[in-house]
Design a protein. Structure first.
Length: 310
């Protein structure tokens, strides 16, 4: 293991604060199903929907009009709406109404085997069935939009627009698998603002928020669009990316730190930051080393950065 620093001298070792990892909240079985079905690809979802449809039509045809299976049709309808949207759900819903009315009669009075039910009553029943299907589809569609919006908000820091800690951990795992497949290594960095509390105390929290936004925009500009960035909390930021080798990783870490310092010097508050970066193949280990390296950088003076190879 080797250590490189942007300042001369032997680095001072100091205690560091490990990155906190929150345990996921327990979820109900229904929540788990909704979460997994929301991530299904189109072909898998279509295959499941087709299979359920085939089973229902065969079962409805075998049982005949005396056994109602109408509630079971809600399963493929809701799944279609959940996975493919409102238009697909409404289209399939209207087809479902026609199929069920054809198989089981119109309530009756509208079919060839009309019963004593008046035609107007049968038409009303058919209309109510259509209304129920449309209402449920619109309800599921609205719930899916709310679900997507809340899930997206849960992964974004509202102040800076960067990903939050949960998003960072998830995207880093994805990047880890991609880098392993492409025979690349990962570069992860932890950024901490120097004396950020003093900015809040002297100029107010609005000034502190502006500094955080400046750092966030500078970090986004310093990395590639497909690299992972996040605000981990407070005045701590992070990034993760796949690189070819350690030399390019060290150059990139230094470039990011210079970009952040330049952006903060150009701002009204002229704050500084310390950066610790490390490379490796395991995100968990890299982040621990990067966090430790960042505290080493802070111990040697403000506005510095260090790079560690694991």
């Amino acid at each position: 293991m080797s250590l490189r620093t942007c300042r001369r001298g032997v680095p001072m070792h100091s205690p560091y604060r490990p990155i906190q990892r929150h345990k996921p909240e327990p979820s109900t079985p229904l929540e788990s199903v909704l979460r997994r079905s929301a991530d299904l690809n189109a072909w898998t979802a279509a295959a499941w929907i087709t299979a359920v449809w085939a089973c229902l039509i065969v079962l409805d045809g075998v049982t005949g009009p005396h056994f109602s299976l109408n509630p079971l049709y809600l399963l493929p309808l809701c799944l279609t709406t959940w996975c493919f949207g409102r238009v697909a759900g409404l289209t399939e819903g209207l087809i479902t109404v026609v199929i069920t009315l054809y198989l089981n009669g119109f309530g009756d009075g509208l079919s060839a085997q009309a019963s004593s039910v008046p035609t107007t009553t049968a038409a009303w029943n058919a209309g109510m069935r259509t209304f129920s299907v449309v209402f449920i589809i619109l309800l599921v569609s609205a719930f899916r939009r709310t679900f997507d919006r809340e899930r997206a908000n849960a992964l974004v820091d509202p102040l800076t627009g960067l990903g939050n800690r949960r998003s960072f951990q998830r995207e880093c795992k994805r990047l880890e698998l991609s880098a392993l497949r492409d025979n690349r290594i990962l570069l992860c960095g932890i950024i901490d603002l120097d004396d950020f509390k003093a900015v809040n105390d002297q100029h107010g929290h609005a000034a502190g928020d502006e500094v955080l936004r400046v750092v966030a925009q500078a970090l986004i500009s310093a990395v590639r669009p497909y690299d992972v960035t996040a605000r981990l909390g407070g005045d701590e930021f992070a990034f993760c990316m796949a690189v070819r080798d350690e030399a390019s990783a060290e150059r990139k870490a230094g470039s990011i730190h210079r970009s952040l310092i330049a952006a903060m010097n150009a701002s009204e508050w002229r704050a500084t930051c310390s950066l610790g970066a490390a490379t490796g193949i395991s995100v968990e280990h890299i982040l621990d080393f990067a966090d430790k390296t960042m505290y080493m950088a802070k111990s040697t003076g403000k506005s510095s950065w260090k790079f560690l190879t694991t």
